[in-house]
Design a protein around this ligand. Structure first.
Ligand code: FMN
Length: 327
């Protein structure tokens, strides 16, 4: 039986999970669900839609994350995402950035149930069978998460939202930077586990501070429906994603590392031929060998503009060949 992709996903991360990054992840894990960075609905209404939304068919399963607080714009962006072929459209209700909360969306939406309801309804109205999901926090500012989160889940359920990804810490909208908001508010995994008991009919995925396969497996064993990993997957993709297909999806072991590397070099080559600056892709590869001998040389070379600009794809291939001897 094929397990649903949401049981293990890689989180949406601005400036990180663009199409190049997702292609890299997809070479390492065939089955995990990959999320785009948050793309705001107004950007899709006014900006270059192709540039924001294009992706390669190999990236599937892939979910588009939207930010917004205007139902009309979110409906437009949802329709567009579906037209481009995304497998899921996710609403960001967890981002604590000032810029975003002033625009009244992200985590701020958690404090505005009426607006949230209108936004989600507008997305569902145009969803045409594509799943609409939400990513939120356990609470915001002084609100008690043990009241706020269940109330929110109740609202989602009443709207027929089936799947929710919960970042298991509060968002503090004033006084903490987005980065601090990913470390300072304490994690409360127990509340998310408790919510699964209260809402057994909903699909609840847990996120925040997950750094190992063992931890992911433990959450699944304790009844959580899915695990979402962000920073660990970005900074050490091989270390965590290489095991996912076998250990979480109970599928075959996945591609051999030499095949992954060949595919990556071919990808870089083909994108560079199309005019993509090489560093736009290689910046996502810095952590590829974290924990493996030779990782430092790799990181140093890849982060050196001279090396990358002068040696290009040939330098990348040669460095990889040298490193592969250590693996
Ligand atoms: C650089 C960066 C950018 C992020 N951008 C987004 C985003 O666009 N949308 C979103 O919902 N969460 C965003 N997040 C939050 C992550 O999706 C995730 O909830 C958070 O990092 C906690 O998971 P982790 O501990 O596994 O990293 C971002 C996190 C990081 C580190």
């Amino acid at each position: 039986m094929k397990l649903p992709a949401y049981i293990f996903s890689v989180a949406p991360m601005m400036d990180c999970t663009d199409r190049h990054c997702r292609f890299i992840f997809r070479q390492i894990t065939e089955h995990s669900l990959l999320y785009t960075e948050m793309i705001t609905a107004p950007a899709l209404v006014h900006g270059n839609q192709e540039r924001f939304l294009e992706f390669r068919p190999e990236e599937h399963p892939v979910a588009l994350q939207l930010g917004g607080s205007t139902p009309k714009e979110l409906a437009f962006a949802t329709k567009l995402g579906i037209k481009f072929g995304y497998d899921e459209i996710n609403l960001n209700m967890g981002c604590p950035s000032d810029r975003v909360s002033q625009g009244c969306f992200g985590a701020k939406l958690m404090t505005l149930p009426e607006t949230s309801r209108d936004c989600i309804k507008a997305m569902l109205d145009v969803s045409d069978g594509t799943e609409i999901t939400v990513k939120c926090r356990i609470g915001v500012d002084d609100a008690d998460p043990y009241e706020m989160l269940p109330e929110l889940l109740e609202l989602f359920r009443s709207l027929s939202i089936k799947r929710v990804i919960i970042h298991a810490r509060k968002a503090i909208l004033q006084g903490l930077s987005p980065k601090e908001n990913r470390t300072i508010p304490p994690l409360d995994y127990d509340l998310v586990l408790q919510c699964k008991q209260w809402f057994p009919d909903m699909i609840l995925c847990i996120n925040g501070g997950i750094t190992s396969m063992a931890q992911s497996q433990e959450f699944l064993a304790r009844g959580i429906d899915g695990v979402m990993v962000g920073r660990e997957a970005y900074h050490k993709p091989l270390a965590i994603l290489k095991e996912v297909d076998e250990k979480i999806f109970q599928s075959s072991k996945g591609r051999d590392i030499s095949v992954i590397m060949d595919n990556l070099v071919q990808y870089v080559e083909s994108e560079v031929e199309k005019g993509v600056p090489i560093r736009r892709i290689t910046r996502h590869m810095l952590g590829l060998f974290s924990g493996i001998r030779g990782a430092r040389t790799w990181r140093r070379r890849l982060s050196s503009p001279q090396f990358i600009d002068n040696q290009g794809v040939t330098g990348l291939r040669d460095t990889l060949n040298t490193l592969m001897v250590n693996i």
